[in-house]
Design a protein around this ligand. Sequence first.
Ligand SMILES: Cc1cc2nc3c(=O)[nH]c(=O)nc-3n(C[C@H](O)[C@H](O)[C@H](O)COP(=O)(O)OP(=O)(O)OC[C@H]3O[C@@H](n4cnc5c(N)ncnc54)[C@H](O)[C@@H]3O)c2cc1C
Length: 338
Amino acid sequence: MKHRISIEAADATFDCAPGQSLLDAALRAGIDLPYSCRKGVCGSCVGRIAVGEVMGLNGVAIRNETCMPDQVLYCMCTPASDLVLQPVLWSRVDPSARKTFTVRVYSNELVAPDVSLLRLRLPAGQRAKFKAGQYLQILLDDGSTRSYSMANPPQESDGATLHIRHVPGGRFSAQVAQLAPGDTLQVELPFGNVALREDDTRPIVFIAGGTGFAPVKSILDDMLKRRVKRPVTLIWGTRDARGLYLRRAVDRWQKQWPDFRFIPAFSDLPAQDVVEAFAGRVDQALRAHCPDLSGHEVYCCGSPPMVATVRAAAADSGLASPDFHADVFVPGPSAQPA
Ligand SMILES: Cc1cc2nc3c(=O)[nH]c(=O)nc-3n(C[C@H](O)[C@H](O)[C@H](O)COP(=O)(O)OP(=O)(O)OC[C@H]3O[C@@H](n4cnc5c(N)ncnc54)[C@H](O)[C@@H]3O)c2cc1C
């Protein structure tokens, strides 16, 4: 039986079918809630249930360590009664804004030993509408999908640039190096909604692990194009210097940004071999270089364990929990689109 869901103190209601997540039902009805991974990891979709009862989808937990005691993860809950929700943020969107395209490979470059930089072009005359930090899904032959963040800013809307790490044994990872100019792929976009507040002027710390650099690049290029020049610290963690596969983009920001600090962090090099970089993991670099994060925003993107350790380090340095935004590259096939 469907349940009726409403947003507290607002003229916004939608239905949620049995076994459907609150997040998917809201997105399908054109109600945009913050979200990223849709797999119960990142914590972007936390919110309160003001009235009614929920249960975990297929018995999974409805909370994780990112939730306050009275919050749940909307991506992991399905209703057990009619509900009134109290989300952290919400807005209306046009559900038809998400589109599927057949895109062509424009170029495919091996920019690090295990990273492909894939440039995709939309069909002539078509434009992709997305916000900096959002991601697309590639549809594979077996019907499953894989998520990849756009690295280009939204102003460059005739295609998508992806930074793809080759995961040993990974299905799409095995294909990506073989893709050649002219090959086609089916993609759907946009997904994700981890937005930085437009009206915020506080300093911001970006922390990227490996190809977690992709959405950070989109956001920073977008900020530059819109002349938003908040003080920025970028910590980019890789095993060694070869992992900084787009150093020229960082050099450009350093030249163009009045207040831009870059800290590369190398996790696999002995301290004595590290010059002009931090020897260690990104969470250690954050603790060492940003000991007081009160009055900051932090945006972190990478693997689940990396985001978890950075979240803990940021909290220890005084960051308020709503000011931590995460894009978590949860491995495996992506959740089906809403
Ligand atoms: C919102 C979102 C955005 C993403 N954006 C990017 C991006 O911009 N760039 C990028 O490189 N990746 C990104 N990812 C990860 C990406 O979607 C795939 O999961 C990844 O590329 C592996 O796909 P695959 O088909 O090669 O491996 P699969 O066939 O899905 O996996 C094969 C095996 O490897 C394991 N595995 C998969 N990924 C990892 C990993 N990272 N670490 C350890 N084990 C793993 C799986 O659990 C499985 O056992 C993103 C994920 C999400 C959820």
